[in-house]
Design a protein around this ligand. Structure first.
Ligand SMILES: [Zn+2]
Length: 113
Protein backbone atom coordinates (compact mmCIF):
# COMPACT_ATOMS: atom_id res chain seq x y z
CA UNK A 1 0.00 0.00 0.00
CA UNK A 2 2.92 2.35 -0.39
CA UNK A 3 2.81 4.67 -3.34
CA UNK A 4 6.11 5.80 -4.63
CA UNK A 5 6.40 9.54 -4.39
CA UNK A 6 9.78 10.04 -5.93
CA UNK A 7 8.82 13.23 -7.69
CA UNK A 8 11.91 15.03 -8.85
CA UNK A 9 11.37 18.72 -8.37
CA UNK A 10 13.62 20.53 -10.83
CA UNK A 11 12.76 23.82 -9.13
CA UNK A 12 15.11 22.83 -6.32
CA UNK A 13 18.04 23.17 -8.71
CA UNK A 14 17.14 26.69 -9.71
CA UNK A 15 19.46 29.50 -8.75
CA UNK A 16 18.13 32.90 -7.79
CA UNK A 17 19.86 36.19 -8.44
CA UNK A 18 19.54 39.23 -6.23
CA UNK A 19 18.34 42.13 -8.37
CA UNK A 20 19.89 44.62 -5.98
CA UNK A 21 23.49 43.41 -5.91
CA UNK A 22 23.80 40.45 -8.26
CA UNK A 23 24.39 37.86 -5.55
CA UNK A 24 23.34 34.42 -6.76
CA UNK A 25 21.87 31.92 -4.32
CA UNK A 26 22.80 28.38 -5.32
CA UNK A 27 20.66 25.65 -3.70
CA UNK A 28 23.49 23.11 -4.01
CA UNK A 29 25.76 25.35 -1.97
CA UNK A 30 23.25 26.87 0.43
CA UNK A 31 24.26 30.01 2.27
CA UNK A 32 26.79 29.58 5.04
CA UNK A 33 26.46 33.24 6.03
CA UNK A 34 22.77 32.70 6.82
CA UNK A 35 23.19 29.17 8.22
CA UNK A 36 21.31 27.66 5.27
CA UNK A 37 22.47 24.10 4.69
CA UNK A 38 23.44 22.98 1.17
CA UNK A 39 20.58 21.42 -0.78
CA UNK A 40 18.00 23.94 0.42
CA UNK A 41 15.80 25.11 -2.45
CA UNK A 42 15.19 28.83 -2.70
CA UNK A 43 11.47 28.23 -2.17
CA UNK A 44 12.28 26.46 1.10
CA UNK A 45 14.34 29.29 2.54
CA UNK A 46 13.11 30.81 5.80
CA UNK A 47 10.74 33.75 5.32
CA UNK A 48 13.16 35.96 7.23
CA UNK A 49 16.05 35.01 4.95
CA UNK A 50 17.85 38.00 3.49
CA UNK A 51 20.52 38.46 0.85
CA UNK A 52 23.84 37.95 2.69
CA UNK A 53 25.44 40.74 0.66
CA UNK A 54 22.92 43.59 0.63
CA UNK A 55 20.12 42.38 2.92
CA UNK A 56 17.38 42.36 0.28
CA UNK A 57 14.35 40.17 0.94
CA UNK A 58 13.58 37.06 -1.13
CA UNK A 59 11.07 39.04 -3.22
CA UNK A 60 14.03 40.90 -4.72
CA UNK A 61 15.38 37.69 -6.22
CA UNK A 62 14.70 36.44 -9.73
CA UNK A 63 14.88 32.85 -10.95
CA UNK A 64 17.90 32.44 -13.22
CA UNK A 65 17.47 28.71 -13.69
CA UNK A 66 19.75 25.77 -12.86
CA UNK A 67 23.52 26.01 -13.26
CA UNK A 68 23.60 24.26 -16.64
CA UNK A 69 20.47 25.90 -18.02
CA UNK A 70 20.44 28.94 -20.29
CA UNK A 71 19.86 32.08 -18.26
CA UNK A 72 16.42 33.61 -18.39
CA UNK A 73 15.04 30.91 -20.65
CA UNK A 74 12.91 29.30 -17.98
CA UNK A 75 10.86 32.44 -17.39
CA UNK A 76 9.50 32.30 -20.94
CA UNK A 77 8.36 28.71 -20.69
CA UNK A 78 4.69 28.07 -20.06
CA UNK A 79 3.55 31.43 -21.35
CA UNK A 80 1.44 32.02 -24.46
CA UNK A 81 0.34 28.41 -24.83
CA UNK A 82 3.45 27.46 -26.77
CA UNK A 83 3.22 30.35 -29.23
CA UNK A 84 6.86 31.12 -28.42
CA UNK A 85 7.83 27.86 -30.09
CA UNK A 86 6.24 28.92 -33.38
CA UNK A 87 8.22 30.73 -36.04
CA UNK A 88 6.97 34.18 -37.17
CA UNK A 89 5.57 32.71 -40.41
CA UNK A 90 3.64 30.11 -38.45
CA UNK A 91 2.21 32.89 -36.31
CA UNK A 92 1.09 34.71 -39.47
CA UNK A 93 -0.66 31.56 -40.68
CA UNK A 94 -2.45 31.35 -37.35
CA UNK A 95 -3.51 34.99 -37.47
CA UNK A 96 -4.67 34.90 -41.10
CA UNK A 97 -6.35 31.57 -40.51
CA UNK A 98 -8.33 33.08 -37.66
CA UNK A 99 -9.24 36.10 -39.80
CA UNK A 100 -10.38 33.88 -42.66
CA UNK A 101 -12.49 31.80 -40.28
CA UNK A 102 -14.04 34.96 -38.86
CA UNK A 103 -14.77 36.24 -42.37
CA UNK A 104 -16.40 32.93 -43.35
CA UNK A 105 -18.47 33.04 -40.19
CA UNK A 106 -19.49 36.59 -41.05
CA UNK A 107 -20.52 35.50 -44.55
CA UNK A 108 -22.48 32.53 -43.26
CA UNK A 109 -24.47 34.84 -41.01
CA UNK A 110 -25.46 36.91 -44.04
CA UNK A 111 -26.24 33.75 -45.98
CA UNK A 112 -28.82 32.75 -43.40
CA UNK A 113 -30.81 35.93 -43.83
ZN1 LIG B 1 21.74 41.37 -2.64
Amino acid sequence: MSEETTQVNTQEQDRYECRSCGYIYEPTKGSSANKVSPGTAFANLPVRWRCPVCGASTTQFVNVGPVEGPSGFKENLGYGFGVNILTPSQKNILIFGALALGFLFFLSLYGLR
